[in-house]
Design a protein around this ligand. Structure first.
Ligand SMILES: Cc1ncc(COP(=O)(O)O)c(C=O)c1O
Length: 437
């Protein structure tokens, strides 16, 4: 299908996109026709290295042969099944996931989208504690369902939504490169959290239920909390009878170089974790995982969570195979290797590219913050946009992200199977664009 025909269809039949959102203006972009490995191909035959892993859900790679085989087998056996009856792929996925999860988080339930798993996690925390209020980070993003998850996605403007969910509020994100309090870690003693908690205590409307956070704030500009942050959050939760919910949509299942993103900090054990994105190896399945005790208490209080497609055999079979691939191919180690290669490349580029202000992230979730002045850290949004366009034209796809209104962070999310040669090609494309700008 050529671009003219695609434009006719989108103008006549497609719901318009909101220009300031990250999906805005896609009518003017190439149209995808196929994908394999780390490459996507458009309808004009042009190939792109996909350093956004689809919508971060192809972290194993596009069309991984084992994924395709497992999905085909399920297709031939049973695609959909009622969630009022158990099915074999569902049982196998509960067991496979349970064996991977760290103790005591081995109880799981399945849903479809990442947003589903966040809504269900918050509801679970509320039912298990009897509390209501939920805190999130001001640079966090937890989904796009119109009420609860968007209300907790403080990195988007909440005023874009028609109604905001009550008992949801933000505390300061520990964005050390641009400390909201103008302090320096570690001498700051994580003051952003201490101050925020005083405010939160003053604002709670009812009993608090949960704190939700991403181990790395991805959409907020790939912000990695400083060492000790989540341990303090955990302590604060325990003091207030709140549960710690980790949104591992983007950090779970190997991408940060460990199986789960929260495992980078010693002594942190969330009460609930939500998994999605590449759990289905490209198909939509999400999971909420918690302890036996929390699950039991919530169920006694009437908790349940499901969707019509939550336990479809085809999705569960995909989930089981993606977990097998992650383990068999030791993808966390591969992600850690890619991190080192990309960070080394940017450290070298930073010597002659003053635009590079900060290089951060873990595994295959990396951010390069661009600034026009390293001292003042002036955000280089316009330059980032130019670099994005040049890279796109030269066959490399990634997204620009940033905290709240900013879009000055190059976010790279290559699949964990990306080869050294593919990393080097991507680095050359970015280096050329940085030099040109
Ligand atoms: C950290 C995080 N949580 C939740 C979600 C929501 O996932 P979904 O779009 O599958 O509903 C996203 C989406 O990008 C995300 O990045």
């Amino acid at each position: 299908m050529d671009r003219k025909r695609a434009r006719e269809i989108s103008e006549r039949w497609m719901f318009p996109t909101e220009p300031s959102s990250y999906m805005g203006g896609l009518e003017d972009r190439p149209i995808l026709a196929s994908a394999h490995g780390r490459t996507v191909v458009d309808t004009e035959g042009k190939s792109y290295l996909d350093f956004q892993s689809g919508q971060m859900a192809s972290a194993i790679s596009h069309q991984h042969p084992r994924m395709v085989k497992a999905i085909r087998a399920a297709l031939d056996t049973m695609v959909h099944a009622s969630n009022t009856l158990l099915n074999v792929p569902r049982l196998r996925l509960h067991e496979r996931l349970g064996k991977l999860l760290p103790e005591p988080l081995q109880k799981s339930l399945f849903l479809v989208s990442g947003s589903d798993s966040i809504e269900a996690s918050i509801d679970l925390a509320r039912k298990a504690t009897g509390g209501t209020d939920v805190l999130g980070l001001h640079a966090g993003l937890h989904g796009s369902t119109s009420y609860l998850t968007r209300s907790l996605s403080f990195n988007w403007s909440r005023n874009k939504h028609s109604v905001v969910a009550p008992a949801t509020s933000a505390i300061l994100a520990p964005y050390c490169y641009r400390c909201p309090l103008g302090l320096e870690y570690p001498s700051c003693d994580i003051q952003c959290l201490n101050t925020s908690l005083q405010l939160a205590d003053a604002n709670f409307t009812n009993r608090p239920a949960a704190f939700i956070g991403e181990p790395i704030m991805s959409a907020g500009g790939v912000i990695v909390p400083p060492e000790g942050f989540y341990k303090r959050v955990q302590e604060a939760c325990r003091e207030r009878n709140m549960l710690l919910v980790m949104d591992e949509a983007q950090t779970g299942l190997g991408k940060t170089g460990r199986l789960f993103g929260f495992q980078h900090e010693a002594e942190v054990m969330p009460d609930i974790i939500a998994l999605s994105k590449h759990l289905g190896g490209g198909l939509p399945i999400s999971a909420v995982c918690t302890t036996e005790q929390i699950a039991q208490t919530a169920v006694e209080n009437g908790y349940f969570a499901t969707r019509s497609h939550a336990t479809d055999p085809i999705l569960c079979a995909a989930g089981e195979e993606s977990l097998n691939i992650i383990v068999d191919e030791d993808l966390p180690a591969r992600a850690a290797h890619i991190e080192r290669r990309i960070k080394d490349a940017f450290t070298a580029m930073a010597k002659d590219c003053d635009l590079i202000g900060d290089v951060r992230g873990r595994g295959v979730l990396l951010g390069i913050e661009l600034v026009t002045d390293r001292e003042k850290k002036t955000p280089a949004d316009a330059q980032a946009e130019q670099i994005f366009k040049q890279c796109f034209d030269n066959g490399l796809i990634f997204q620009l992200r940033g905290t709240r209104g900013l879009r000055n962070v190059i976010r790279l999310v290559p699949p964990m199977t990306t080869t050294d040669d593919e990393v080097d090609r991507a680095m050359t494309i970015i280096h050329d664009a940085l030099k040109a700008v």
